[in-house]
Design a protein around this ligand. Structure first.
Ligand code: 3HC
Length: 691
């Protein structure tokens, strides 16, 4: 075995040279790896005893892409394209042996090889669009030549990897390895030589593109993926690049691909999306809790409350194969809850998201009960009862009496003080918050709320179980509303003021959806129900919301709220609501004025950023990027804007500060700048250090 460099070794087996790449953790195509591949190929091509070459990776995966950490820096030779040129120019067949995830530049390198063999569990994909870029090493030109425009568009526009078996069916991979990948790859390479099989160069092929109807393929792709990709600059650019495969010769298409790649890479959206990639991985790291902190085993989970929230939370554990006990106070409530779970699963199964046998497996793990004491064998118990402190305290007192020693006691509260809840137990170290977001079986975010006395292994366990059930778990501290809802409250306060001062709910919502959020505050209120926490007896028409509830406009469920709704639940502006708002404005003494879209956006978003700055200063969030992960995963903040704190950095914290000061002078203390915002501007710093 010859060592080429610290990431590459060369081994000759009979007539086949095996070039093994080893650049942990994911064999990203960093400079050292590119150098190793170039030198290894050169040595193998020069060796007269070698008739064929296998490219294979050590560790958990074949190359998972270009090295994201090298983006934005000048690219040192050899480039990935240099490697592809060498392979395509080689008179000796080069076989890529794929396992794990061959992604982005990794798959692009493999597509330049003459043949590909894969382990049955391997996945291949071009996920660049998730980083706000397009494939930059020929992926947009070679893939359509292999699979035709429609398939290539689907893969590149979604970035979703496909399994090896499908890749074989489509012709992206030539063979599945029946046994050991390395020996199978060597066998294939030797057979190519002995059979005199042709050296396939995908770049030269046109058969799949010859009579492609480019416009039809593009409009079908726009139809399929356009809605989800609204606002992403990379979307149209990716379509253009792929279409070029059918419109231009290979080299021209490649050159244009490189231009688009470079243009997107330098843009704010890709910076934001790459930042989010890192931010999503950083949330797992906790300053004072090492990653190897032992966690408590969780064999059975209990939930108190089978309402919408409790039922949704339960589904996460059931789907992950964890047995559950769900407790309610009355048979009726219990039946309603288990009924909702069954219906949700049936809906997922009918959409093909889960196999019917897996539904049976999941629901078979559920034990509904009316007995609180049935929770006594649970290792984690999550309370999802009514959002009122006295209710929570009473439940935790009872839990303390029956839960086994070492069980973790969690509250799903959205706002309340975890320390006050923990204080009613004799084991505050075992108590914490696990705040799920509605609908809890779908939304990715989980705020893990650390109480003053929560034990470190309890936090480590909650973070781990969150990941095990597919959530993005973010650690937050105790305060009213934690990270997400506390910032949301600042936005809602301004939204409510704006409609009294001169805007209409649909103006406010239009500005926020235009910014990229899936819905605005009033659409969100209608969806959640305006009567949450509303009481007809005590309602005095003091807010617009109360007046709407009094008029039986309680949101989507009554087909009327801030908007009027048709049978398809499509909302339209309501003249009646306009009248209610104008009336309330008059009563409160507002002289209504035209409010521009810029002011609406600034009034909604800057106070959120300001609140985020306070949250950071108070240590409620560990880092600015954790706040951004909360907003992206819990509230649909557009990933191409990186989250509110990243957004603040892109427009400049001074821009936010100046506006906050101007608003404060005009409208008072709601806009008092956070001390951290002032310090950052004074010191010329930023929240995230990434924008
Ligand atoms: N470059 C640099 N580092 C990378 C990387 C990459 N392409 N992909 C993953 N890593 C790092 C992660 O940051 C993480 O580092 P950390 O331990 O310090 O946090 C580590 O590798 C492990 O990653 P994960 O925690 O994500 O491990 P998983 O096993 O869950 O997932 C994966 C592995 C599926 C490979 C996932 O990391 C992934 O999807 N990576 C991104 C793949 C990608 O986007 N490739 C395309 C890059 S762009 C490109 O190739 C351009 C080309 O067209 C020119």
């Amino acid at each position: 075995m010859t060592t080429i460099n610290r990431a590459t070794t060369l081994d000759v087996e009979g007539e086949v040279a095996v070039l093994t790449l080893d650049n942990p953790p994911v064999n990203a195509l960093s400079h050292v790896l590119r150098e190793g591949v170039a030198a290894g190929l050169e040595a193998a091509v020069a060796d007269p005893a070698v008739k064929a070459i296998v490219l294979i990776c050590a560790g958990r995966t074949f190359i998972a892409g270009a090295d994201i950490k090298e983006f934005g820096k000048p690219i040192a030779a050899p480039t990935l394209q240099d490697l592809q040129d060498r392979i395509e120019a080689s008179g000796k067949p080069v076989v890529a042996a794929l396992h794990g995830t061959s992604l982005g530049g990794g798959l692009e390198l493999a597509l330049a090889c003459h043949y590909r063999i894969a382990s049955p569990s391997a996945k291949v994909g071009l996920p660049e669009i998730k980083l706000g870029i397009i494939p930059g090493a020929g992926g947009t030109q070679r893939l359509p030549r292999m699979v035709g425009l429609p398939r290539a568009l689907d893969m590149i526009l979604t970035g979703t990897p496909m399994g090896a078996a499908s890749a074989v069916t489509l012709g992206i991979v030539d063979e599945l390895a029946a046994g050991d990948l390395r020996s199978e790859a060597v066998r294939l390479a030797a057979a190519i030589v002995s059979d005199g099989r042709p050296l396939r160069r995908v770049r030269d092929e046109t058969a799949r593109l010859g009579d492609a109807d480019v416009e039809a393929a593009l409009s079908a792709a726009r139809e399929r993926h356009g809605r989800k990709m609204r606002g992403f600059e990379s979307f149209e650019k990716a379509m253009e690049a792929v279409a070029n495969a059918a419109r231009m010769p290979f080299d021209e298409g490649l050159a244009r691909e490189r231009e688009i790649f470079a243009e997107l890479l330098g843009g704010t959206q890709s910076r934001a999306q790459r930042y989010v990639f890192g931010a999503t991985r950083a949330v797992a790291k906790i300053a004072d809790i090492p990653v190897d902190t032992p966690t408590r085993p969780i064999g059975r989970v209990g939930i108190i409350g089978a309402g919408t929230m409790g039922g949704g939370i339960a589904m996460n554990f059931l789907s992950a194969g964890i047995p559950m006990t769900i407790v309610e106070q009355s048979q009726e409530a219990l039946d309603r809850g288990t009924g909702i779970i069954a219906r949700n699963y049936a809906a997922s199964a009918s959409k093909g998201r889960i196999r019917p046998e897996d539904v049976d497996k999941a629901t078979g793990l559920l034990s509904p009960s009316l007995e609180f004491s049935d929770l006594s064998d649970c290792d984690l118990i999550i309370e999802a009862a009514f959002e009122e402190m006295e209710v929570k305290k009473a439940i935790f007192e009872r839990l303390d009496a029956i839960a086994r020693d070492g069980a973790i006691l969690a509250s799903n509260t959205s706002y309340l003080d975890i320390d006050a809840i923990a204080a009613v137990t004799r084991r505050p170290a075992d108590v914490l918050g696990m705040h799920f977001f509605s609908p809890a079986n779908i939304m990715k975010l989980l705020e893990v709320v650390r109480g003053r006395q929560t034990a470190k292994d309890v936090i480590a366990t909650a973070m781990k179980i969150g990941r095990d059930i597919g959530k993005t778990a973010v650690l937050v501290g105790v305060c009213h509303g934690f990270v997400g809802n506390r910032m949301l409250s600042a936005r809602q306060r301004e939204a409510n003021k704006l409609i009294l001062e001169g805007a209409m709910p649909w103006d406010v919502d239009r500005v926020l959806t235009g910014f990229g959020l899936p819905m605005g505050p009033f659409q969100m209120a209608d969806l959640a129900g305006l009567d949450l926490g509303w009481n007809r007896e005590t309602s005095k028409g003091e807010t617009i919301r109360e007046r709407l509830c009094e008029a039986d406009r309680r949101g989507q469920k009554t087909a009327a709220g801030f908007y009027d709704y048709d049978e398809a639940r499509k909302g339209s502006p309501s003249p009646l609501v306009e009248e209610i708002i104008l009336q309330k404005s008059r009563e409160d003494g507002f002289e209504r004025r035209a409010i521009g879209d810029d002011e609406i956006l600034e009034r909604l978003v800057y106070p959120m950023i300001n609140e985020g700055a306070k949250i950071l200063d108070e240590g409620i969030a560990q880092r600015a990027s954790d706040i951004d992960v909360v907003w992206i995963n819990g509230y649909g903040w557009p990933v191409y804007r990186g989250g509110p704190m990243f957004y603040a950095d892109t427009i400049g914290p001074h821009t936010v500060l100046e506006k906050m000061r101007e608003f404060e002078a005009r409208m008072g203390e709601d806009f008092a700048p956070a001390p951290l915002l002032e310090r950052i501007v004074r010191d010329g710093g930023s929240f995230t250090g990434a924008a």
